[in-house]
Design a protein around this ligand. Structure first.
Ligand code: FAD
Length: 387
């Protein structure tokens, strides 16, 4: 029973979804144990075997059609999986990048041949995905991307550097945003799928040292005269990256908000348990009116966040989630997450600053939510365009 009393929308009240959720819960309980997560944090990445195990449990490409090896589910399954992982404190497992983001690009924009070539292996966990947009000199301004892909006969020659790439160390199928027509700005950008095992000229950097999300691998990627077959141009037509990315971004941003709500719930649960347990000045921390008022405010904000996320989910399921509304969800929930987790940590006193306490990790992990998936200032720009 969650501390936030917001029922799922009617469209999510489905016995099959419940069965899926129960089996995913068992999977995370068995495989993302506190010991495993501690190991992933120390290694800066999850165990690579986790992907194969998740595939066997039916958790990869769960919303892709069965004809492509997927689970035959829909976006509700993706949301349930991410919600659950965040609620259970599963750190570092970038399955949403696979299932929703890169898998989504292939499903929506790949040619039939590309779907058949990659999607079944994504579902089997044999391919692990990453999306490489950001470069050392540009993140928010995608039009300024410098990585180039020059066509030469039957292949592209890619040159450039990407940074902050999630799953960057483990991925063996990387969706790279590159310019195939340097003079054309955003109209010259294309998505090239790099199968790393057959790509000379591709290298990974060291794991990047971050202030949070320590179990998630994040790396720099280098392309120097990396050769990629022409058949790996997603959709087979150059210059389409911008519309391809834009079409999928609403769901990606909603997933940032879904993650945020799950983390907020976990933070509140941990905090309520802690303040009811620990005594100071001869009374439980919970008994101070300050604690109750602050936590009442947090619970109210958390409730608003969850209601809004479910509203966006309903719109996404109806195919009506627009860019501005998804941006509002990403913006508002990630800001609320920052405020709430910060307040929760305060009630732990010094223990809240100790990494062994989950609240400390929820605090550092929350920070990036306002930055990735498009910085929150970019969200405001997108919302402002609709005024
Ligand atoms: C842990 C982590 C994981 C990531 N994973 C990935 C990944 O898998 N793939 C990937 O491609 N990228 C990834 N990123 C990169 C992330 O998407 C970028 O960091 C983000 O888009 C911001 O780009 P930037 O860092 O270049 O900041 P910049 O673009 O330099 O912006 C810096 C700041 O300037 C301000 N700003 C920028 N533009 C405007 C504007 N128009 N108006 C007002 N203010 C503005 C904002 O405050 C912004 O935060 C990840 C980043 C992190 C930290």
């Amino acid at each position: 029973m969650s501390v936030i009393n917001v029922p799922r929308p009617a469209s999510m009240q489905d016995p099959d979804l419940q069965i899926f959720e129960d089996s995913a819960r068992r999977f995370f309980a068995d495989h993302a144990t506190p010991e495993a997560v501690t190991r992933w944090r120390a290694n800066g990445q999850v165990d690579i075997e986790l992907w194969g195990k998740a595939a066997k449990a039916g958790l990869l490409m769960v919303s892709a059609p069965e004809e492509y090896g997927g689970g035959g589910g829909d976006f509700r399954h993706d949301v349930i999986l991410q919600e659950l992982a965040s609620r259970m404190g599963v750190e570092g497992f970038g399955f949403t990048l696979q299932n929703v983001i890169v898998g989504g690009y292939i499903l929506s924009h790949g040619t039939e041949e590309q779907k058949r070539r990659w999607l079944p292996r994504l579902a089997e966990g044999k391919l692990i995905c990453a999306i490489a947009m950001t470069e050392p000199n540009t993140g928010s301004d995608l039009q300024a991307i410098r990585t180039s892909a020059r066509k030469e006969g039957g292949h592209y020659r890619i040159n450039g550097t990407k940074t902050f790439i999630s799953n960057g160390l483990q991925a063996n199928l990387i969706c790279v945003v590159a310019s195939t027509d340097p003079g054309a700005g955003s109209r010259g950008l294309s998505l090239l799928m790099v199968e790393t095992e057959n790509t000379p000229g591709f290298e990974r950097g060291q794991p990047l040292k971050k202030i949070g999300t320590h179990a998630q691998d994040t790396a720099e990627l280098f392309f120097s005269d990396a050769i990629v077959p022409i058949d790996n141009l997603l959709g087979g037509v150059e210059g389409k990256a911008f519309p391809q990315l834009m079409k999928e971004l609403a769901r990606e941003r909603l997933m940032v908000a879904v993650t945020g709500v799950g983390s907020i719930e976990l933070a509140l649960e941990d905090t309520i348990a802690y303040v009811k347990e620990r005594s100071v000045f001869g009374q439980k921390i919970f008994d101070f009116q300050n604690t109750q008022f602050k936590l009442a405010e947090c619970k109210t904000e958390a409730t608003i966040a969850k209601v809004f996320v479910y509203h966006c989910l309903e719109r996404a399921l109806a195919g009506e989630l627009d860019t501005a509304t998804a941006s509002m969800a990403k913006l508002w929930v990630s800001e609320a997450q920052g405020r709430i987790v910060d307040q929760c940590l305060q009630f732990f006193g010094g223990y809240g600053y100790m990494e062994e306490y989950r609240i400390a990790r929820l605090y550092t992990d929350a920070r990036v939510q306002r930055i990735y998936g498009g910085a929150n200032e970019i969200m405001k720009m997108l919302i402002a365009r609709t005024l």
